[in-house]
Each structure stands twice: as structure tokens, then as C-alpha cells.
Design a protein around this ligand. Sequence first.
Ligand code: 5GP
Length: 191
Amino acid sequence: MSRGLLIVLSGPSGVGKGTVCNALRGKMDNIVYSVSATTRHPRLGEENGVNYFFKSREQFNDMIEQDQLLEYAEYVGNYYGTPRDFVEQTLDNGQDIILEIEVQGALKVKEKFPKGIFIFLLPPSLDELKDRITGRGTESQDTIDHRLSVAVDEINLMEHYDYAVVNDQIDHACKRIESIVIAEHCKVKQK
Ligand code: 5GP
């Protein structure tokens, strides 16, 4: 049995990574979704173990010390990281796994998994991104400004990725990602 594909879906905050990932889950049944650990407080409606594993700073530090995280990054004042064992077990079972993570973390995963498939999700425009971040209505103005400036820096790192997908409409973005995954499975030689 061959190993599954490690797919990293990344891109600036507010671009819709989470929404696209959720939509993909309904369409591609062989894909497993990696649940990250974070020190961020849950937003309304978010559930522990479903959206994230919500951790205190101390618990998160313990995970780092015990080498339980494949990668982690500080993002706008909070820590986010990918639990390692779940990723390894899923790949060993021959299943594909998607990591929906920010750009710094994605580049760290690339060092460890150069054979991964790195997909960069782009907003149709920066104005659109600003509207999306503002429209979420859950963040303060300072956080919005910070997220936007981080987003511009992140877009400059797109060259390190294998694919760029514009998230103009969720369905279109999903179709492009599905096509990428199908094509990767059809490759005669993997990377
Ligand atoms: P949010 O607070 O909006 O849920 O997420 C903020 C950012 O952290 C998003 O860009 C999201 O993709 C990213 N993120 C979520 N989980 C992880 C993770 O495990 N590692 C890294 N590096 N970033 C993550």
C-alpha cells in the first residue's frame, strides 16, 4: 500500500482556507483533515477537537517540548501547531491528509516533507481580502490591520508553493484543488 499524499493548503488569513477545507471534506471522502492545536480562544460556535484543540500556553509549550508538533508558528499573538502523530499515522494508512495552516508553518512542513503538495490559496484581490477579514466581525481593528499587513508579506512567499488557486468562489476553488489532487495521484513519478 502506498503512502497517502500530504497536502498543505495555505495562504493569507481571511482568504477562506477553512471554508474551502470544509467544503472539500464534503466532496473528497478519502481526505482526512488535520486538527491543529492553538492557544487562541475559541470563537463562537467553535468546538474543542473539531475546529482546534484549544490549549493553554503551558500545554502548548509541553507539546513543543515533547516534540509532538510537526510544525508550529506564532501568528498575530497566538500559537498554532500541527500534531505530528496523527499526520504520520494517516499517511501510513494510505490516506491523504490536508493541513490548513499559515505560511510560516507551511514552509517548515516543506523542509520536513519536500514531497508534499503545497497549494497557495489567493484572494481575488487585496481589497476583497480586506473586506473578508473585516466582514468576519470577530476581530478588533488592531488585529484586522495586523492580519492585513501579515497577508501582504505572506503573498510574497507564494513562489515556494507548487500551485496557486484563486478563491473567487468556493466551488471553483474546490474544483481546482480536487483536480490537483487527482492529477498528483496520476503522476507516473512522484516528486
Ligand atoms: P484562525 O485564528 O483564523 O483560526 O487562524 C489563524 C491562522 O493560523 C490561519 O492562517 C490558519 O490557517 C493558521 N493555522 C491554523 N492551524 C495552524 C497550524 O497548525 N499551524 C500553523 N502554522 N498555522 C495554523
